[in-house]
Design a protein around this ligand. Structure first.
Ligand SMILES: *Cc1c(COP(=O)(O)O)cnc(C)c1O
Length: 394
């Protein structure tokens, strides 16, 4: 009752959340509780019935033959790379503008991430630049569908096919998005997603899933996530403990019931932001023939730090995904030297990393809050440092 009883003014004064999971729980708490209660009753916490039920639902949703749940989006990437046999000496082509795990799992297996710059609209790997990065050691291409918008998957798949390469889509942010009528996660050899709490479909801890239409790869991923067991205590591969908890599957089953509605609301919020901000800042654009799951609503600004300070002062949380491209990360200094990567090697990614700013977006942001954020953004870019950037609007 508390929040609902507050006056609109009080409500506006309340600090905004970047992702408001409490508001979602207020809506679907009863269903989540009932699902969790069932698990507490049957006590099958590891690979219990909810895990199988979730996998069937997820596979049906994306139209894939197989869905294999796992312990995180990071494990999904690791399992996909392991199933393809990625190891020392193998190269995997990917984008430098992503969450660290994308490159990290390639390196963890002894492989080498080979970065290719992004295109500036969708912030995803630029297919026109992939072929130049292919070598006899290339094992796979790993495009990321950043901020919720699928990468140019047909072009990536066509290149992969002509060189006999596998494609792994990092769909950690794009579960729920469509590309030419097909579901993100089911657009390549293997698709990987994350159920981290703040992702479009999130659980109450860590979780993830792989999707594939290849029976052999599905079997491999299923065994690899459970210590490479082909049968009980019969180990035919070196795997990991990468299973999704039954409790997390139960939470996801409850959340799936409202997921489509939430996707619609996210898109409405993005549209509202776009309408309010398009004349003031660089607003995000969804490329043709696809939808975005709007995991992030990301604008670009010239003087990001000033804008951030101004927004935080107005009680508006922001986030930067991501401030440093992977080729400039300290841990990749050696690799960068070897590959002759430096500042300027991937200019589109580097420019994005300097300019992007995520505004609050989740299905429970109210239109008045969007209006307030948009006003504050306009104020911020009209500020003294950024003066002259915003088109005069009054
Ligand atoms: C969140 C994310 C991951 C990792 O997922 P976790 O569930 O946090 O392990 C990987 N890649 C991208 C692009 C992500 O956004």
């Amino acid at each position: 009752m508390g929040a609902a009883a507050q006056s609109p003014v009080r409500d506006n004064e309340r600090a905004m959340e970047f992702v408001d999971l409490k508001a979602q729980y207020q809506r679907i708490g009863a269903q989540v509780d009932a699902r969790i209660r069932k698990v507490l009753d049957h006590q099958r916490f590891i690979l219990g019935p909810e895990v199988g039920e979730l996998e069937e639902r997820l596979a049906a949703r994306v139209g894939a033959r197989h869905s294999i749940s796992c312990a995180s989006g990071t494990d999904a990437l690791l399992l996909a790379l392991m199933a393809l046999g990625t190891g020392p000496g193998d190269e995997v082509i990917t984008a430098p503008f992503t969450f660290f795990a994308t490159g990290e799992m390639i390196t963890l297996l002894g492989g080498r991430p080979v970065f290719v710059d992004i295109e500036p609209v969708g912030y995803n790997i630029d297919p026109r630049k992939i072929e130049a990065a292919i070598t006899p050691r290339t094992k796979a291409i790993l495009p990321v569908s950043l901020y919720g918008q699928p990468a140019e998957m047909d072009a990536v798949n066509a290149i992969a096919k002509s060189y006999g390469l596998a494609v792994i889509e990092d769909a950690a942010q794009s579960f729920g998005a469509l590309y030419k009528g097909r579901h993100s996660g089911n657009l390549s050899t293997i698709g990987c997603t994350s159920f981290f709490p703040s992702k479009p479909l999130g659980c109450y801890g860590d979780g993830g899933a792989c999707f594939t239409n290849d029976d052999g790869l599905a079997g491999a991923i299923r065994e690899l996530r459970n210590h490479g067991q082909e049968g009980r205590y019969r180990h035919t591969r070196i795997g990991i403990n990468g299973r999704l908890d039954t409790l997390q599957a139960a939470v996801l089953l409850a959340k799936l019931e409202v997921f489509d509605e939430e996707l619609t609301t996210r898109a409405e919020i993005a549209d509202r932001y776009n309408a309010l901000l398009k004349d003031a800042v660089h607003t995000p654009r969804v490329l043709p023939e696809r939808t975005s799951a709007w995991a992030q609503y990301t604008i670009e600004v010239e003087d990001r730090e000033t804008v951030e300070i101004s927004l935080h002062g107005a009680g508006i949380p922001t986030a930067v995904h991501y401030p440093t491209p992977l080729h400039l990360q300290p841990v990749y200094a050696e690799l960068a030297k070897e590959m002759e990567w430096a500042s300027g090697s991937f200019p589109i990614a580097e420019r994005a990393a300097e300019r992007v700013l995520g505004l609050p977006i989740h299905p429970y942001v109210k239109p008045v809050e969007v209006d307030r954020v948009a006003e504050a953004v306009k104020e911020a870019v009209r500020g003294p440092v950024a003066a002259g950037l915003a088109k005069p609007s009054r």
